[in-house]
Write a protein that binds this ligand. Structure first.
Ligand code: SAM
Length: 267
């Protein structure tokens, strides 16, 4: 293996390379990656995670934005490239056309130790986008993982917009010392499993996001007051009574299924 130490980490690309073998293997295990899988990896960096995915026998397509890493990766995985187990794309994941590359909904797994500044955009592209992965295993800031799983039992725009597409689980905390260079915050591995758009059989995605965004618009206000702004033509008190939602409820108190029932009644 080539010595890669001379490549200095670019902060602008969120480069914090993962050193912990335990964390790398935990990502593989969480994704239940095996030789039948096709895996899309975002930001292979110096290839630490790529190497572990390839060891399972899975086919890997990795997208790396930093041109300085392309030669290094091509060299490191020359034999896997040659036998078509691995292909490397030099580009920006946010601009990648999944359809053109032959990806189909839930026929691949997404695994990524991503730059944190694009976490939200990754969720949008891969969960609300039309070509969803079967499973998504992603390193995120620990606080973000806790918010998504609603550790404090309080839902948020973020938790609802992930849970509407799959079941979210915090796999393990990864302390900052496990990265080089160490970021300022601790991280966590997040798994989103059972990904689908089944939740949107009875309500549209558009209306779901419109209602939850309205519901969370003003944190200090009660949900009913927030909803009045856009959905005032409804008899909100009556709807809340029918759904057994306390009149004083706050948006964070409602679970995903409560939102669905509420949205079904709103015009
Ligand atoms: N996977 C490696 C690891 O675990 O050590 C590197 C992780 S590092 C946190 C993030 C990687 O994503 C970097 O290699 C960075 O260059 C790459 N990257 C940043 N923005 C990207 C983008 N928009 N598209 C693709 N790769 C990107």
């Amino acid at each position: 293996m080539q010595n890669t130490n001379h490549i200095s980490a670019k902060k602008s690309l969120g480069q914090n390379f993962l050193k912990s073998k335990t964390a790398l293997l935990a990502m593989i295990k969480a994704g239940e990656i095996n030789s039948n899988d096709r895996v899309l990896e975002i930001g292979p960096g110096q290839g630490a995670l790529t190497e572990k995915i390839l060891e399972t026998g899975a086919k890997v397509i990795a997208v790396e934005k930093d041109d300085r890493l392309i030669d290094l990766l091509n060299e490191k995985f020359a034999s896997e490239i040659k036998n078509s187990q691995f292909s490397l794309i030099h580009g920006d994941i946010l601009e990648l056309n999944l359809e053109k590359l032959g990806f189909k909904t839930v026929d691949y797994k997404l695994i990524a130790n991503i730059p944190y500044y694009i976490t939200g955009l990754i969720f949008r592209k891969f969960l609300s986008g039309s070509i969803q992965p079967k499973k998504l295993v992603i390193m995120v800031q620990k606080e973000i993982a806790d918010r998504i799983i609603a550790r404090d039992l309080k839902e948020s725009l973020l938790s609802l917009s992930v849970k509407a597409y799959g079941t979210a689980k915090k796999v393990m905390k990864v302390e900052k010392e496990n990265f080089s260079p160490a970021p300022k915050v601790d991280s966590a591995i997040l798994l989103v499993d059972n990904i689908s758009k089944d939740f949107f059989k009875e309500i549209s995605e558009e209306k779901f996001f419109e209602v939850i965004k309205t519901g969370f618009a003003h944190k200090r206000k009660m949900l009913i007051a927030n909803l009045k702004e856009k959905f005032g033509k409804n008899d909100l008190q009556k709807i809340f009574q029918e759904l057994k939602i306390p009149e004083k409820a706050r948006s964070e108190d409602l679970k995903l299924e409560d939102w669905k029932e509420l949205i079904k009644k709103l015009i």
